[in-house]
Every structure is written in C-alpha cells, then in structure tokens.
Design a protein around this ligand. Structure first.
Ligand code: TTP
Ligand code: MG
Length: 353
C-alpha cells in the first residue's frame, strides 16, 4: 500500500426526487411514479421510482413517451424546495464525518475520509453509518461506494443500487478494473466508446494491452488519462465546496416533542450551540437571516426564515411559532441557523451599483 492511499466514499441517493415523494405520500410507494413536467406541455421526466424503471421509463425522457411505455405512470410536479432541504440535511450528516466533501448535485457527493478517526478509520463502516443515519433521519435510501479514488468510488456506489453498498479495497482494484467495460470510465462518452470499440477495446483488460504512447497517439491527452484509469489510477482530489451558504445546528429527539411549549424549551440550548459554531467561522463570513426548521413526526418538514428578526432567542422563538403553526403536529427535529454572506461578496455587490 502506498503512503498516500486514500479512502473515498461516493454517496448517491436512490431515485432521489421520487424517493422524497414516496416518503411524503406512502400511498405512492407501490406504484410507478415519476417527477417531471406534464406530457401535454412537452415536459420531460426528471426521475422515476424503480417500479417505473421496470417499464423502461428513464430520466430526461419525454413525459409523453414515458406514458406510452407505462400508461399507469403518475407524473408529479417537482418540489425543488423540499428536495433542496433534504439535500442540506444529508450534507449536515456528511459533515459530521469530514469537511472534505465535494457535492456533485443535490443527491450526490464525494467524501475523502482518509484522515477520519471514527470507526477506527474504517471507510466501509463510515459508509454504512451514513446510510443508516440518512434512512433514520430522512426515510430515504442512499447507495454508497468505497474505493481508493473518485472514479472507482462512483462506479461502486452504482454497483449494488438501490439501497446498496459496494467496497473496492486497494487489493481488489486490479481485478475489478480488468473486467470493467470501458464505457463505464469517467470521461468516456458515446463517441469515444465507439472509437474504442472499433479498435477492439471493450474492457479495461483490453485497454491494458495498449501502451501509454499508443493511447496518446490515438486519443491525445485523453489517452494518458485512459491509460491511468485502466490501471485503476485517478489522482483527482476531492474538491471542497468553497463557500458556506449557512450555518446551523439541529437535533432529532428520541421522543417527539408534543407541542409548541416543548419545542420552545429546547431553543436556548440550540442557540448556545449555534453561537459556538458562528464563533468558529472565518472572519470573512457575516451572519444574515435567521431560520428555523421543523420536522414533524410524519417526516414532513418546513423552514421559516425572516429578515430583521435577529439571531436572538426572541427572534428564533417567533420563527419557531410560525413554523410550528404550519404543521401543528408533534415534532421530531428542530434546526436553527443563519444564512451567511461574505464581506467580500458584499463589497463586490456595492461596486456594481
Ligand atoms: P440521479 O442521482 O442521476 O438519479 P436518481 O437519484 O433519481 O436515481 P438513482 O437511483 O439512479 O441515483 O439524479 C438525482 C436527481 O436529479 C434525480 O432524482 C432528479 C434529478 N435529475 C433531473 O432532474 N434530470 C436528470 O436528467 C437527472 C439524471 C436527474
Ligand atoms: Mg441518485
């Protein structure tokens, strides 16, 4: 094992938008559903559940076509704000393991857990724990891949999808890559795959027969990259999101809080935690609008924010009352936080005017 052996996890939620819709309306779970635009408005499918996939329905397909494949398909309008909130909550979970996180989309991210000490540094157990916690807190499933680099971790998360985990240890990389079809390689699109096919290259083992030089001659700079990928080499670092959008703390309660007064009783402790987090931020960040998030016992959730109420106990108490009124049900989670802007951004905005 080399001195710089890394441990990378790739997480990717299963049929993300559709999973949220099924969670919020359990009557949808057994039937084929999709999230997307209406067929009579030339809409397309954003995603669909696995029941719908059995009929051949796919992301980016015209909704009208999807309905021909699966006449019983129920197509729901996207609720982006709900998906975005779920995504932020997942990122909150991910951040409890490491700050080395590269988000790829709302439902997907890489983590570099090489330096993590939790679970004795076992990336496999960290990945299991992430899957368990996402299910416990959000009631959606996430698949995960563990490998020594990004390209293999991403393939691994797809290997046992849905609700799966797949691990490629450093010792297994050679054998795993050898049987891998070249079209699964990062950066190999349709055109390159066709060209590789014409050259008789279908798997990475075929690719491995070629010298580095010969690949560079055929594919230019990408040939170099192909050569590396065929050996299971991918040095791309996990690139951390540069700017934080908000800082928040939240708590899931073992027993649901029955009413508003019980929720209010938790605020002082949460605010103390939030203040500690704000104090640790780089000086460049400036706290902005406060917000309160509530998740009710049926897993529906709501977030309320308001300019001018202040990140104070009074401000959060007033936001909490507003959020609670939207649900009026027992509460399983309370989150409080503030949106952030940076001083630099503010200076730049001033310059524009
Ligand atoms: P994906 O992770 O690609 O798909 P998915 O999570 O729905 O399914 P899978 O189990 O295969 O991971 O994308 C995440 C979300 O992004 C998806 O739920 C909807 C949205 N999306 C689109 O809106 N349009 C698209 O073409 C794709 C691919 C995704
Ligand atoms: Mg996904």
């Amino acid at each position: 094992m080399s001195a710089h052996q890394r441990k990378i996890i790739h997480v990717d939620c299963d049929c993300f938008f559709a999973a949220i819709e099924m969670r919020d309306d359990p009557t949808l779970a057994q039937r084929p559903i999709a999230v997307g635009g209406a067929a009579d408005r030339r809409g397309v499918i954003a995603t669909c559940n696995y029941e719908a996939r059995a009929f051949g329905v796919r992301s980016a397909m015209a909704s009208a076509h999807a309905l021909r494949l699966c006449p019983d398909l129920l197509i729901l309008r996207p609720r982006m704000d709900v998906y975005r909130e779920a995504s932020q909550e997942i990122h909150g979970i991910l951040r409890s393991y490491t700050d080395l996180i590269e988000p790829l989309s709302l439902d997907e991210a890489y983590l570099d857990v090489s330096a993590c000490t939790q679970f004795n540094g076992s990336a496999t157990r960290i990945a299991q724990d992430i899957r368990r916690r996402v299910w416990q807190q959000l009631r959606i499933t996430v698949s995960a891949g563990v490998a020594p680099n990004k390209f293999l971790a991403k393939i691994a998360s797809d290997w046992n999808k849905p609700d799966g985990l797949f691990v490629i240890t450093p010792a297994e990389v050679g054998a795993f890559v050898a049987s891998l079809p070249v079209k699964r390689l990062h950066g190999v699109g349709r055109v390159t795959a066709e060209k590789l096919d014409r050259l008789g290259i279908r798997t990475c083992a075929d690719l491995g027969q070629w010298s580095r030089l010969a690949l560079v001659r055929e594919f230019g700079a990408f040939g170099e990259r192909l050569w590396g990928l065929a050996q299971g080499i991918d040095e791309r670092p996990v690139q951390v999101e540069r700017r934080r959008q908000s800082v928040s703390v939240e708590q899931t309660f073992d027993r649901d809080l029955p009413d508003l007064a019980a929720c209010e009783a938790q605020l002082a402790e949460l605010l103390a935690q939030l203040e500690r987090r704000i104090a640790r931020l780089e000086a460049d960040y400036r706290p902005g609008k406060p917000f309160v998030k509530l998740k009710f016992h049926d897993f529906t959730q709501t977030t309320v924010e308001q300019v001018g109420v202040g990140a104070t106990l009074e401000g959060f108490t007033s936001l909490l009352a507003g959020a609670y009124a939207r649900g009026g049900r027992p509460v399983r989670l309370i989150g409080i936080g503030v949106r952030l802007s940076s001083r630099r951004e503010q200076v730049e905005q001033l310059r524009l005017f």
